[in-house]
Design a protein around this ligand. Structure first.
Ligand code: HEM
Length: 471
């Protein structure tokens, strides 16, 4: 009995000693953390640096102050002198994105290039919707749209002609790579880091094979894809890109396109399910422009200028990207000390701007939580008041390079869904949406797709049934 109570006392004493040491350790590291930041103060500026613990570790009051103030003064945080890449958004994977910057990008995403990608994008989407419709089971939309955007990047953007099985295998490996991108850099057997490295190596091998085949086989190509443009531009500038640069570049391009576009595609499908009237209005617009006729898309009607003239479709895509912005924010390095609410933000600091908070709090948006594409319609144009209220693709010099391609892809998907598909929610209620790592439904969104037969199933009128979950 005596020994038992002695053991208890000694356990409690050890616990108390541990707690005291931990508190001391935390206090010392917080002081060091603050000292580290105080040392970065711009001495040529009289203003103090923001008070608090400088975000230690992402919970401190300075962090919250910066977020709140940045909401009020977003344009300051978004000064076009921004220097950092969104590499921080995608951790180590996008370190070399600068290889891709330069005028080459304007060619890759130019009007002509988008025009030439469009029929291929349409084909990839059509094939995918056919596969979804012929599946007797419901499909997991988020998983399938990830596959779809991966396919689009591989087949359209990079022009790789890999067989379907190989493409599916690469997709699985790619997913493993993405899942482990954010793991701690501890290279131990079975660790996420090790799995990520293995996946990256396998991917690089697959990409190398595809690039080599592409370089050898230039026959029968009717358009120049992004990789062709990149290789050609390299030659024009007297710089032959190495295989490693090509592999890194392709991987980075897929990375930038993949999660964001899949997230937005899933949100689009979810909103069309939730708002059958919006879908019906889309169909009306397609009919009025001669794109949708007798339940199918009229041949040759889908050209870039036709798509760009679809005003309501543009509003729908804008609203999806406002309410369900895939990327929550971005980072910038301060190039020049500036003032924010009486404090200095010194040169060299990293600041974060929040796209989601901006969309949530921008005064120009009425009823921010309501899905209402008409807010962008003629007469309201809520996005026109102020430059920094609507920024799903970021802003400044590091704005998204693929934004026109992304919007074109989403529009082509919406047109195909509205024209040739009927789809219904396969669960009793809509799933909750989670924000990390990109916005997506927690269960992936289970939906049953049915094809629309052009002879019998043209959707001409709104019925009560259509205004339920089935659209
Ligand atoms: C709905 C889909 C997409 C969204 C919401 C989106 C959003 C963004 C955002 C917020 C950034 C960071 C901007 C910043 O730092 O302020 C970014 C960067 C970038 N995005 Fe996108 N993106 C999408 C699709 C795409 C696609 C399809 C591509 C290319 C195929 C692409 C290529 C890039 C690249 C290369 C960058 C880096 C730009 C740079 O650092 O200079 N994105 N994107």
């Amino acid at each position: 009995m005596l020994f038992a109570s002695f053991d208890l006392v000694s356990a409690l004493a050890t616990l108390a000693a541990c707690l005291v040491s931990l508190t001391l350790l935390l206090a010392v590291s917080q002081q060091l953390w603050q000292l580290r930041w105080a040392a970065t103060r711009d001495k040529t500026c009289k203003l103090p640096i923001p008070k608090g613990s400088m975000g230690f570790p992402l919970i401190g009051e300075t962090f919250h102050w910066l977020l709140q103030t940045a909401r009020k003064h977003l344009k300051l945080v978004l000064l076009p002198s921004a220097a950092s890449s969104p590499g921080e958004l995608v951790a180590g994977a996008a370190g070399g994105l600068d290889t891709w910057r330069s005028p080459v990008f304007s060619k890759i995403f130019s009007h002509e290039a988008l025009e030439s990608y469009l029929p291929k994008i349409q084909l990839v989407i059509k094939d995918t919707l056919r596969a979804w419709s012929s599946n007797p089971e419901s499909i997991n939309v988020y998983h399938e749209t990830q596959k779809l955007t991966f396919r689009m990047a591989i087949r359209v953007l990079l022009g790789f002609r890999i067989p379907d099985e190989e493409l599916n295998r690469l997709f699985e490996v790619y997913q493993q790579f993405v899942e482990n991108v954010f793991s701690l850099p501890v290279d131990l057997p079975f660790s996420g880091y090790r799995r990520g490295i293995r996946a990256r190596e396998t991917l690089q091998k697959g990409l190398e094979k595809a690039i080599q085949e592409k370089l050898q086989n230039t026959q029968g190509k009717d358009y120049a894809d992004a990789l062709d443009i990149l290789i050609e531009s390299g030659k024009e500038h007297g710089k032959e890109l190495t295989m490693q640069e090509l592999k890194d570049g392709t991987l980075e391009l897929i990375f930038a396109a993949y999660a964001t576009t899949a997230s937005a595609s899933t949100s689009l499908i979810m909103q069309l399910l939730k708002h059958p009237r919006v879908l019906e209005k889309l169909r009306e617009e397609l009919r009025s422009k001669g794109i949708l006729h007798n339940g199918c898309i009229c041949e040759g009607s889908l050209r870039l200028d036709n798509i760009n003239s679809l005003y309501y479709l543009d509003c729908v895509i804008k609203e999806v990207l406002r309410l369900f912005t895939p990327i929550s924010g971005g980072y910038r390095t301060v190039l020049q000390t500036f003032e924010l609410d009486g404090f200095q933000i010194p040169k060299g600091w990293s600041v974060m701007y929040s796209i989601r908070d901006t969309h949530d709090t921008a005064p120009v948006f009425k009823d921010v939580d309501v899905f209402d594409p008409d807010r962008f319609g003629q007469g309201r144009t809520e996005d026109k008041d102020g430059r920094f209220h609507y920024l799903p693709f970021g802003g400044g010099v590091r704005t998204c390079l693929g934004k026109h391609l992304a919007k074109l892809f989403l529009k082509a998907l919406a047109i195909e869904l509205a024209s040739t598909s009927r789809f219904e929610l396969a669960t009793r209620t809509f799933p909750k949406v989670t924000l990390v790592p990109v916005v997506h439904p927690v269960d992936g969104l289970k939906v049953k797709f049915f094809g629309l037969d052009s002879n019998q199933n043209e959707i001409l009128t709104e019925t009560d049934a259509m205004l339920g979950a089935t659209v």
